[in-house]
Design a protein around this ligand. Structure first.
Ligand code: HEC
Ligand code: HEC
Ligand code: HEC
Ligand code: HEC
Ligand code: HEC
Ligand code: HEC
Ligand code: HEC
Length: 396
């Protein structure tokens, strides 16, 4: 009874807090009517996953720009990008950051553009978006990680170009949710109050308000309610979840908009690639890991392989060769087909299966012009066509 009384007192004192607890703030509403509540609400019950997830490239792939996530430098001496006919100077006061544009040999004044949104966690680079009222544009400067410097955005000319409107094309893969203000996906106007940045829990697990409310109201319940059990989905649906962003640009929208698809549905009804996603399509940063993996013998000759066989979507695993090798060896072990390479070479056999069987190749899409004099440069990306390659291609 005493406990009950204490609870009642607590309830009255914290009436507002408590009702917020049982009715978490809705951040946005998906086409299917479900409400997004954001990953901070998952923290209390899924602490381990939450704390690992905030360090992933996914979570950091799209964010409101601030001093902690813009990788490029605003310090004098390294804050200039000098191109043939235009010079950009990046200036910030610690809170707000701007791209200033000076067209050479012309007096035209171009107003500064603000860094509002960062696209890319910075593994290879970042691009930046700027709001003009509710319209979204891409800045001409990008950041390139291998050289730690400002560069001309991929595909831009070396003179000043009109800011490019950002339709849902970048947002659909780099953030969780955006609500377009125009009926078709052709517009670049979005509701700034319904943007959910980063690739967050609810992009993969679906808008989860009901799940959160149920488990907060029923703290004794141990079986998950109002959430999809991804592990139990058929393989194609599990693959589709990753394929929405990892199977090429899928620029042809067949149904709804770029954010309408929800995990568990049939992705092919929502979008497709211009070339039907043929796996022969050039492998690249915006490439087709899905198409390449599904063309591999490892995939074709097993019933279970999917992206989660080798990737834990909640953890940062880049560079963890020992972990990935253990995944190969979990199938290619004694009694099964093991490596038949007998040659001796600089790569230690048991130590790095992917050096020879998933080698890297230089990216074409992310080739960038550094400045007016230096040549274009590029970085390597890894193929998901697991196979036997010529020795010349063996690379880390
Ligand atoms: C008040 C507690 C609570 C909150 C808040 C909560 N969950 Fe859960 N969730 C649970 C419980 C209990 C289970 C079942 C036991 C388990 O799998 O951990 C569960 C299970 C899950 C599962 C696994 C389903 C399965 O069986 O494969 C997913 C996915 C999930 N939650 C996602 C989320 C997401 C996303 C959020 C935040 C938007 C969230 N949860 C917030 C309590 C909570
Ligand atoms: C909403 C789109 C989206 C979905 C869904 C998605 N990804 Fe990604 N993924 C991305 C983007 C964008 C990046 C690049 C992040 C960055 O560095 O900015 C990325 C990066 C990665 C990386 C590289 C991580 C690193 O540390 O550099 C892996 C591995 C990956 N994704 C695997 C998966 C798997 C497995 C799934 C399915 C469970 C999945 N992704 C679902 C968009 C997505
Ligand atoms: C179809 C999904 C998709 C679309 C559309 C897309 N991206 Fe990406 N983007 C990805 C994935 C996946 C990766 C990471 C691939 C990898 O790690 O190999 C990535 C990587 C990047 C990176 C490098 C990130 C890093 O941390 O190194 C930048 C920058 C980037 N994209 C910018 C853009 C911009 C700008 C647009 C719009 C013009 C765009 N992307 C459209 C999926 C997409
Ligand atoms: C890129 C997609 C993606 C994101 C982002 C993501 N998950 Fe998951 N999650 C998955 C997949 C796929 C599985 C099933 C894994 C498997 O098949 O082994 C899963 C499984 C789970 C499970 C059940 C199994 C387990 O590991 O306990 C829980 C709980 C869960 N996720 C919670 C979360 C929470 C909370 C967040 C955000 C902090 C989150 N997930 C972010 C893709 C994702
Ligand atoms: C057989 C194991 C395996 C499977 C299955 C697998 N991957 Fe990978 N993936 C890897 C390895 C190994 C790397 C390289 C990791 C590193 O560089 O540290 C990688 C890297 C990546 C990267 C970053 C690529 C780059 O060059 O930056 C992305 C994105 C990715 N995987 C997505 C996927 C998706 C999507 C699926 C499912 C269609 C998938 N992977 C299935 C083993 C696998
Ligand atoms: C889920 C189990 C599984 C995993 C994980 C797996 N493989 Fe396989 N792999 C197979 C099967 C099955 C075959 C085809 C039949 C055979 O040779 O046993 C195969 C075939 C191969 C082949 C021969 C390909 C060809 O075209 O002839 C190579 C090379 C290979 N795997 C390397 C790897 C590497 C490297 C990894 C880790 C990145 C890996 N595999 C992960 C199951 C797997
Ligand atoms: C130094 C490069 C190199 C490394 C490292 C390497 N392999 Fe191989 N692997 C090869 C070559 C070359 C072949 C083809 C040999 C031949 O002509 O039969 C091969 C063949 C295979 C095959 C096909 C076997 C068959 O009988 O069809 C599998 C499976 C395989 N490797 C798995 C692995 C795994 C798993 C690892 C990591 C433990 C690994 N390899 C490490 C170069 C390598």
């Amino acid at each position: 009874m005493l406990l009950g009384l204490a609870a009642l007192v607590f309830h009255c004192k914290n009436g507002k807090k408590e009702s917020e607890y049982f009715n978490p703030q809705v951040l946005a509403t998906h086409d299917n009517g479900e409400h997004f509540v954001g990953s901070k609400t998952c923290l209390e019950c899924h602490g381990d996953i939450y704390n690992a997830h905030i360090n992933t490239a996914h979570y950091n792939s799209g964010a409101i720009a601030d001093s902690s996530n813009i990788k490029g430098s605003f310090k004098e001496g390294s804050n200039i990008l000098d191109l043939k006919a235009v010079e950009f100077q990046m200036l910030g006061d610690g809170e707000y950051f701007y791209q200033h544009t000076k067209i050479k040999n012309r007096s035209t004044e171009i107003p500064p553009s603000k860094f509002d949104i960062v696209i890319g966690s910075g593994v290879r680079g970042q691009s930046y978006l700027s709001w003009e009222k509710d319209e979204l544009y891409q800045l001409q400067v990008s950041y390139y990680t291998p050289t730690d410097s400002w560069v001309n955005s991929p595909g831009y000319p070396t003179y000043y170009d009109e800011p490019r409107p950002i339709r849902d094309a970048c947002l659909k893969c780099h953030i969780t949710y955006a609500k377009g203000l125009e009926p078709s996906s052709k517009g670049n106007r979005f509701d700034q109050d319904q943007m959910i940045y980063g690739i967050d829990c609810e992009r993969c697990h679906g808008a989860s308000a009901k799940h959160v409310v149920y488990h907060r109201e029923n703290p004794e319940a141990t079986a998950a309610k109002f959430t999809l059990k991804i592990e139990d989905l058929p393989r194609q649906q599990r693959l589709d979840l990753c394929a929405q962003c990892h199977s090429g640009l899928r620029s042809i929208v067949l149904k709804g908009d770029a954010f309408s698809y929800a995990t568990g549905e049939d992705l092919s009804q929502y979008s497709k690639n211009v070339d039907n996603g043929s796996p022969g399509q050039k492998l690249d940063v915006h490439g087709n890991q899905y198409g390449l993996l599904t063309s591999s013998e490892c995939f074709k000759q097993t019933a279970t392989m999917d992206c989660s066989t080798c990737h834990d979507p909640h953890r940062k695993q880049r560079g963890n060769a020992t972990y990935f090798n253990s995944k190969c060896i979990s199938c290619h072990k004694e009694g099964e087909t093991v490596c038949s390479n007998t040659g001796t070479d600089k790569y230690i056999m048991a130590n790095n299966c992917i050096t020879c069987h998933m080698p890297t190749t230089p990216s074409q899409a992310m080739m960038v012009q550094l400045d007016q004099d230096s040549l274009e440069t590029s970085f390597n990306i890894r193929t998901h066509l697991i196979g036997i390659y010529e020795q010349e291609l063996w690379r880390d």
